[in-house]
Ligand binder design. Structure first.
Ligand SMILES: *[C@@H]1O[C@H](CO)[C@@H](O)[C@H](O)[C@H]1NC(C)=O
Ligand SMILES: *[C@@H]1O[C@H](CO)[C@@H](O)[C@H](O)[C@H]1NC(C)=O
Ligand SMILES: *[C@@H]1O[C@H](CO)[C@@H](O)[C@H](O)[C@H]1NC(C)=O
Length: 217
């Protein structure tokens, strides 16, 4: 309600003119501001709307930057944290999480009249991650076994210098995979590779002569 000329003089016109929208390839950013000039009464507080959507339910503050300009001068900014360069203006950090970058002028002065620009930047984190996996093939060696007929003996297979640690050692008797009677110990080398010694226990009897044993990883 306006009562007369005297009061009308105290009405300021704050025009919040434009919004720059930065659209990145995989982001959908839309920004909404007040279309017409914003009218504020001297001495009151006013908020200049700048609402944005990023096309996702969650707004990542780490991907967000907001800048407010007044007549070409930066007055407030959010970039990791909030920076206020001009007294009497504010942005709500909580509001940013909800897509509200509105600028609040707490005590409107004549000097506040002019053009306000809200710029919103939203980029997805472009950090690329590369995982390097190192492989080292095992070196196999089988020391000559010393076996005595009818006595429990051990066949040894050394599997050395391999990486990563997970490995399976199989014993094969005459082309047939053997189960049981084997155990292994694994040691770590200084260079990060591993040595495994696999031991296969057998009690050779006469028919085992000329039978070939092999270890396979
Ligand atoms: C945006 O934030 C301003 C200031 O914090 C508040 O006055 C206004 O109501 C908010 N707008 C919406 C749509 O939430
Ligand atoms: C692993 O095996 C190599 C031989 O291939 C040997 O020189 C080295 O000492 C062994 N490492 C361990 C920790 O036993
Ligand atoms: C052992 O095998 C070799 C070749 O496979 C054969 O020539 C030899 O006669 C065999 N010896 C015995 C004792 O069976």
């Amino acid at each position: 309600p306006q009562k007369g000329i005297g009061n009308r003089k105290k009405i300021l016109v704050l025009s919040c003119t434009l919004t720059l929208v930065f659209l990145f390839s995989d982001g959908h950013l839309t920004v909404l501001t007040d279309p017409a000039p914003v009218i504020a009464r001297l001495g009151t507080s006013v908020h200049l709307n700048c609402l944005f959507e990023v096309g996702k339910p969650q707004i990542e503050l780490a991907s967000l930057a907001v800048q407010w300009f007044f007549n070409g001068q930066k007055v407030a900014e959010f970039n990791d944290k909030l920076h206020i360069y001009s007294p009497g203006v504010a942005i709500s950090e909580q509001g940013l999480k909800d897509g509200n970058a509105s600028l609040v002028l707490t005590d409107v002065h004549i000097a506040h009249e002019g053009d306000y620009v809200c710029k919103v930047f939203y980029t997805l984190d472009k950090t690329e991650r590369i995982t390097l996996k190192v492989k080292a093939p095992p070196r196999l060696s089988v020391p000559d076994p010393l076996v005595t007929e009818n006595k429990a003996s051990e066949l040894i297979c050394n599997v050395d210098g391999y990486y990563p640690e997970l490995i399976s050692v199989w014993w094969i008797r005459d082309g047939v995979l053997q189960h049981g009677s084997q155990h292994k110990t694994t040691r770590r080398n200084e260079d990060g590779t591993f040595n495994t010694t696999s031991m296969y226990t057998l009690t050779p009897i006469d028919k085992d002569k000329n039978i070939s044993y092999a270890c396979r990883v």
